[in-house]
Structure formats: C-alpha cells, structure tokens
Design a protein around this ligand. Structure first.
Ligand code: ADP
Ligand code: MG
Length: 292
C-alpha cells in the first residue's frame, strides 16, 4: 500500500464519520474476522431510565428509592444516573457522607446514617445481605423483561430491587447484518446479567453472548479469542472497555463515549453509530485492494 492511497482512505473515512488514528490502522482492519461489541452504550443507547421500584416485604418503596438515589447521585455510571434522576423526581436527595465505587459491581456509602449498598445481587450476598425469595423473584421478572436490575440494601439487610431500562439503538441490527456480510462473527460482551444480554443480542441478531464479565476481565476475553487464532475487533465506549480496546487487533470507540475509551482505540465512530464500524472495514478493504 502506498502512503498516498492510504491517505485517500483516511480522508474518505472522515466523510463517513470515522476518525482514524493513523494510516497503518487500515492494514489490520483487513484481516479482522471477529467483532466483539460492548452492550451498554455501544449496541444500546446507554441512556437508561428508571422503570421499576420493588420493596422487600415490610419495607418502603419510597425509602428504597431515596437512599439508593442519594448514593447513585455520586456515580457517573449509566445505571446510577437513571436511578438518581428517578429518585430526584420524587424529592430532594440527601448527600452521602461517604462514597465508594466498586467497579463493575456497584456502589456503597453512608446516607442519613445508614450504610447503603446498591449493585449486583452477588455483591449484596458477599456483604451478608442475601436477597429473600420476594426480591429474587422481582429480580428475575425484571430481567425477563430485558431490564437491568440491581439490588438495594442497608444496615445489613437487602431491602429492594430497582430496574432500569435501556434501548437498543435503531441502527444496531442493520450494523450486525453488515458485519455478517463482511464475514465477521459478532459477539456481545457485557458486565450485565446473561438474561438481559441475551434479550439484547436476540433483538439485533447476535447469537454469541459473553455476560457477567468484570471490567478487568474484558481484556482476557479478547486474549482468549486471539489465542483461538481469531483476529479481533472490539467496539466499546466505557472506561471499563479501554484495556480491551487497546488489546484488540483493532479497537473502535464510540465518539459519544468516554475520553479514556477514545484514547485507547485505533479508530473512533464519531456519530456513535455502529454502522460506521462496517463502513470502516469496507473502506479499509477497498482502499487496500485498489492499491495492491
Ligand atoms: P457494562 O459491561 O454493560 O458496561 P458494567 O461492567 O459497568 O456494565 O457493570 C456491570 C454490572 O455491575 C451492572 O449490570 C450492575 O449490576 C453493576 N453495577 C455497576 N455499577 C453500578 C452502579 N453504579 N450501581 C448499581 N449497579 C452497578
Ligand atoms: Mg459500555
């Protein structure tokens, strides 16, 4: 490939809403056979809304929402923003006295003198606040509806479940069809629960799902696929995707995502539209064959 022809390729990329870090990026794009897609914010809009509040027997729904909302107000996670906004709509929220983010698991802190914990049920279990029959059932029902559900506990007891809903981007299914036409196998990768992930995957036509992956383990998934001899592209938007984006043979970030993800990637989809990823692969292959 001559540098001149590659420059034509990167120029066309800009017109398509693709920002390419360097001309050499196009070379690796040609050999890609697998495309790993982060769920939240990549395949879905990542703009979540509070959909449901459930209190355990003898607990108060309003209090579950108020304490969880106050704590989540200190977090930037899409789930946290939805819960905080939903709670703020019902009244002023107290400011947590102490706050800690447990990456990929949840949050905890002190609100109004209560030690509050919000996150995966497994996190509450670890903190000796297992969900009772009623909350486990609520959790399952929310997930069957494709919602992301988190558990709320304080002062040593699980007290409620909150469900948030996300929506699949209208362009994601078309993008997945294009990936297949280009001979790429799509895989959905997420920290979220398997039931929710499979519902999203089915919506957009993906059959391979890798769920409940901790942020620090996403990079291991990429390495495992590479060890199988696959040449892997990864598309993501979050802080938790950065290491995987850097490790992938081709890292693609959403222009609507975090700076950390954009910096770790080789290529940025400016409009946050997954179809641009297919355009990028098509462009790279065309650019490189014309100049052979
Ligand atoms: P994804 O891979 O879809 O971007 P994350 O790795 O960020 O998801 O989060 C994985 C899971 O951890 C969430 O589905 C949720 O159960 C839990 N979690 C993470 N952050 C929070 C938070 N701030 N509040 C509640 N739950 C959280
Ligand atoms: Mg994400």
């Amino acid at each position: 490939a001559t540098p001149m022809a590659l420059m034509v390729g990167t120029g066309r990329g800009a017109q398509l809403g693709i920002l390419i870090k360097g001309p050499e990026v196009l070379e690796s794009t040609r050999r890609i056979d697998t495309i790993v897609l982060d769920k939240t914010g990549t395949v879905t809009t990542g703009t979540m809304a509070l959909a449901q509040v459930v209190a355990a027997d003898g607990e108060d729904e309003a209090e579950v929402l108020r304490l969880a909302g106050a704590l989540e107000n200190a977090s930037e996670h899409p789930i946290a923003k939805a819960i905080a906004a939903g709670a703020a709509a019902h009244g002023a929220l107290p400011v947590p006295e102490d706050f800690a983010n447990l990456e990929g698991l949840g949050v905890h802190g002190i609100v109004d003198g209560h030690a509050v914990l919000v996150g995966r049920p497994s996190l509450l279990e670890e903190w000796s606040q297992p969900l009772g029959e009623d909350l486990s059932q609520a959790m399952k029902e929310a997930r069957d509806l494709g919602r992301t559900a988190v558990a709320v506990g304080w002062d040593g007891r699980a007290r409620g479940v909150l469900a948030v809903s996300d929506t699949v981007k209208p362009t994601s299914a078309e993008a997945v069809r294009s990936f297949r036409e280009l001979g790429l196998t799509p895989i959905l990768l997420t920290g979220d629960d398997g039931t929710v992930a499979r519902a999203v995957a089915e919506d957009v036509g993906i059959t391979e799902v890798i769920a409940e992956v901790l942020p620090k383990d996403k990079v291991d998934v990429i390495e495992r696929l590479q060890a199988e001899g696959r040449v892997v592209a990864m598309v993501g938007d979050g802080v938790n995707d950065a290491a995987a984006l850097a490790r992938a043979d081709l890292g693609l970030s959403m222009g609507t995502g975090t700076d950390v993800a954009i910096e770790a990637s080789d290529l940025t989809l400016v409009r946050g539209d997954l179809r641009s990823a297919a355009d990028a692969v098509r462009l790279a292959r065309r650019t490189l064959t014309t100049i052979k």
